[in-house]
Design a binder for this molecule. Structure first.
Ligand SMILES: N[C@@H](CCC(=O)N[C@@H](CS)C(=O)NCC(=O)O)C(=O)O
Length: 186
């Protein structure tokens, strides 16, 4: 199995944590955006290979790793919907980050304003979830922590208005798969 991605991508981090949790026999190949632009049809990372199998999305990769280890992935509709909510946070925030890097901040764009507004409404909902302060963590929670770590690293989101989420984030700091996949700060 080969997982391709960067050490900073939150989508890749979720896969790396699951690879650790499932003891997957996996080779991590560090790449940058120029490689994903050529090697994946989505032009995004992560992507994954296992023999003939090629996967181009982190959720599919996580599900595959879980299933290889005899574990389930989002077994209820509610859990899948929660994962989609967290995923929307991640997709919106990473897209806003890349737009900002191109000098596009969104002032005057109703669509970009709507993107920002959905971040706050989703965070409010997630702040109402029952979130653990120690392992085991579900895939919804691993993805939430990856999103938070990346947003804080890139100064893209403050969580001061969401005390429950902040307590959850404090707790997961000492979880080995999370601690060992900390993105480099330089
Ligand atoms: N739905 C994809 C999203 C992956 C994604 O957006 N990755 C970012 C890295 S953090 C990326 O490669 N962005 C480059 C781009 O959007 O051009 C997944 O879950 O794997």
């Amino acid at each position: 199995m080969k997982l391709y991605g960067s050490l900073t991508s939150p989508f890749v981090r979720h896969c790396r944590m699951v690879a650790m949790e499932t003891n997957a026999d996996i080779e991590f190949i560090e790449i940058d955006a120029s490689t994903s632009a050529v090697k994946s049809p989505t032009k995004r990372m992560p992507f994954f290979e296992d023999g003939e199998l090629f996967l181009s999305d982190s959720s599919a990769i996580v599900r595959y790793l879980r299933e290889c280890a005899g574990q389930s992935f989002c077994s209820s509709v509610i859990e899948l919907d929660q994962l989609c909510l967290v995923n929307t946070l991640l997709e919106v925030t990473t897209n806003l980050f890349f737009l900002q890097r191109d000098g596009i901040t969104g002032e005057g764009s109703p669509y970009i304003e709507r993107q920002k507004a959905r971040l706050e409404s989703i965070l409010e909902i997630i702040n109402g979830f029952e979130l653990p302060t120690q392992a085991p963590y579900s895939d919804v929670q691993l993805r939430l922590a990856s999103y938070m770590g990346w947003s804080l690293l890139r100064n893209m989101q403050s969580f001061d208005k969401y005390p429950n989420i902040k307590i959850f984030y404090q707790g997961i700091q000492s979880y080995p798969p999370f601690a060992q996949t900390q993105p480099p700060t330089t």
